[in-house]
Ligand binder design. Structure first.
Ligand code: NAD
Length: 298
């Protein structure tokens, strides 16, 4: 049994930490949100009132927070992780953050003699609940075996992406491809329908043809075709527009930093921005299909 300190018990952190409890580990959770705390307590997480309390004697510290700024805030300062971590603990950040934040946390942790691994995840809320996430590990080679053991109860596969920040680099590139694929499915679905194809027949053709993708299989933005699609449920979010926009923005920032042109990602971000300007940031990202149709009807 290991002792985990867990910071960020939201949509992802809640079920992920619950899987650690179910696997027989002790989890001490911290969150600012009362609802998130109560749900975690219900799943067997021991609530802590401070980072210091959660970290005392822990084997691992996991952060699962919205953005880079939240991760920095939780690491820095007299109440933060760096002030209370010890050399025996492994620090893992599972959040999707910008490359610069990830590099900063790696550098600052190493300068303090602390073991840090970036460990972003893919698989969404359903993968978090099922314990079937893909987890991408970035850090010093000698830390990878232990990091893999620590995340195993939450994942179907933990893959070593490479050295420091290579996990987050893989995650950012993967999600950029996902949202470009989603845009392709949105455009294909609408054009096919206007050309007179039956939506179900077209989806089945694509499923065995070269237009197939994870987005087309899982998030197809036409009601009544794919069970897991938010289109069946008035585009209630399984992956929110604003979080999708954040992820594409991380890719665009990384592209600027690296001198790479990303025209398709730019186009996708523009469509997410349109939805956000219409007040639809809480809806599902597959609503990207909306403004392809004159009048915005889907
Ligand atoms: P969320 O907003 O549901 O949860 C984040 C939690 O962090 C909230 O409960 C919030 O109260 C807490 N928090 C914020 N600041 C804090 C602080 N200073 N101290 C303690 N708690 C604090 O977000 P989520 O959907 O769980 O996503 C978390 C991360 O995982 C994000 O980076 C997201 O991009 C990534 N991610 C999400 C999904 C998904 O499908 N939702 C999939 C893969 C990766």
């Amino acid at each position: 049994m290991s002792v985990y300190a867990w910071i960020g018990l939201g949509n992802m952190g809640g079920p992920m930490s619950a899987n650690l409890v179910a696997a027989g580990h002790e989890v001490r959770g911290v969150d600012l949100n009362e609802q998130a705390r109560a749900a975690a307590a219900g799943a067997g997480v021991h609530l802590a009132d401070s980072v210091a309390q959660a970290l005392a004697g822990a084997d691992a510290v996991i952060t699962m927070l919205p953005k880079g700024q939240h991760v920095r805030a939780v690491y820095e300062g007299p109440e933060g992780i760096w002030a209370h971590a010890t050399e025996s603990m492994m620090l893992l950040d599972c959040s999707t953050v910008d490359i610069e934040t990830s590099r900063y946390i790696h550098e600052q942790s190493a300068a303090r003699g602390l073991k840090f691994v970036d460990a972003p995840v893919s698989g969404g809320i359903s993968g978090a609940a099922a314990g079937s996430l893909a987890i991408m590990l970035g850090g010093a080679p000698e830390l990878m075996e232990r990091a893999g053991e620590l995340v195993a109860p939450m994942s179907a596969r933990a893959i070593v992406a490479g050295g420091p920040s290579m996990g987050i680099a893989a995650k950012i590139c993967n999600n950029m491809m996902l949202f470009i694929d989603l845009m392709a499915s949105a455009e294909g679905s609408q054009l096919a329908e206007k050309l007179g194809l039956d939506p179900q027949v077209f989806w089945e053709i694509v499923s065995v043809s070269s237009g197939r993708s994870w987005a087309q299989q899982t998030w197809y933005p036409v009601p009544g075709i794919v069970d897991t699609a938010a289109a069946n449920n008035n585009f209630e979010a399984t992956f929110r527009v604003d979080l999708a926009r954040k992820d594409v923005g991380l890719a665009l920032d990384a592209g600027t930093m690296s001198g790479i042109c990303l025209p398709a990602a730019q186009l996708v971000s523009k469509h997410f921005d349109e939805l956000i300007s219409e007040g639809l940031e809480d809806k599902d990202c597959s609503l990207i299909v909306k403004n392809l149709v004159p009048g915005g009807q889907v």
